[in-house]
Design a protein around this ligand. Sequence first.
Ligand SMILES: C[S@@+](CC[C@H](N)C(=O)[O-])C[C@H]1O[C@@H](n2cnc3c(N)ncnc32)[C@H](O)[C@@H]1O
Length: 297
Amino acid sequence: MENEVGKPVVHDESALVRSKVELETHEIDWFLDAVWVRYGYDFRQYARASLIRRVHYRLQSEGLKRVSELIPLVLYDEDFFQRFLKDMSVTVTTMFRNAVVFKGIRDQIVSFLRTYPRINIWHAGCATGEEVYSMAILLKEEGLLERTRIYATDYNNQSLEFAKHGIYPLKEIRGYTENYLCAGGKGSFSDYYQARYEHAIMNSDLKDRITFAHHNLMKDGVFAEMHLVLCRNVLIYFDQNLQNRVLKVLSNSLVHRGFLVLGDKETLDFSAIANEFDEQVDRQRIYRKRPVLNSIT
Ligand SMILES: C[S@@+](CC[C@H](N)C(=O)[O-])C[C@H]1O[C@@H](n2cnc3c(N)ncnc32)[C@H](O)[C@@H]1O
């Protein structure tokens, strides 16, 4: 093939691939802008690599080729948005996940909680609730459940509905029980649920202390006067900017000398609030707010 001045056209394959990637980057940006404008969810601040994987997954599932084809869908089809929201919300969790952390909470934080007549705890990004019921069990065994209110939030309403019911597959019980024991459980995990057919229904005295609510960490504010805040395995999906915003909200939710617990792949190091906290238990992502030093002039 020749161009208009009669010279052969040389195809630069790598430039072509580059421009395709660049074009798709713009298409993803426009798609995320559309999500933001239409629904007020700002996924532009999510970690890019996993976001791209999820957009591609949605593209394939819808049988489409180009990201730009998702734009009219997200603008005019609310069901499509719900499907995308589900893709973006990774709800993997389990009872007493990372049991050593629950052991750390029992050994290091419970004595602090005990000093309060009323205790407030916030689980941000609670998914289907297993982490929250684990906390309720721990507090019951420590004699603190009756004076505790646990707030459990997520932006995924489907997960919240599931969590409210507190009904889990019986086939998971063996794993839950192992975690419970590793976390320093003092009784038997079977004390905390009723078995019905293929399901374990968590006891109502645990549920009664938990308030499940919608809360979007991208834009919503603090839960005031919390003694303990857990936000585990959520920040990993956010970029640095959003992580800092969320960490500020979590920090501002805590009482003086309150505790913050993150996931094992998350850290306060290099964050905007790094100097507000000390790591309480080495490498367990259990942090305690430093005392505020009043400067005397
Ligand atoms: C992997 S689960 C973690 C569940 C639990 N914290 C644990 O560690 O087992 C992550 C949860 O974060 C929630 N999440 C993600 N982005 C969120 C946001 N912007 N606001 C509130 N929750 C969010 C997801 O819906 C999901 O339920």
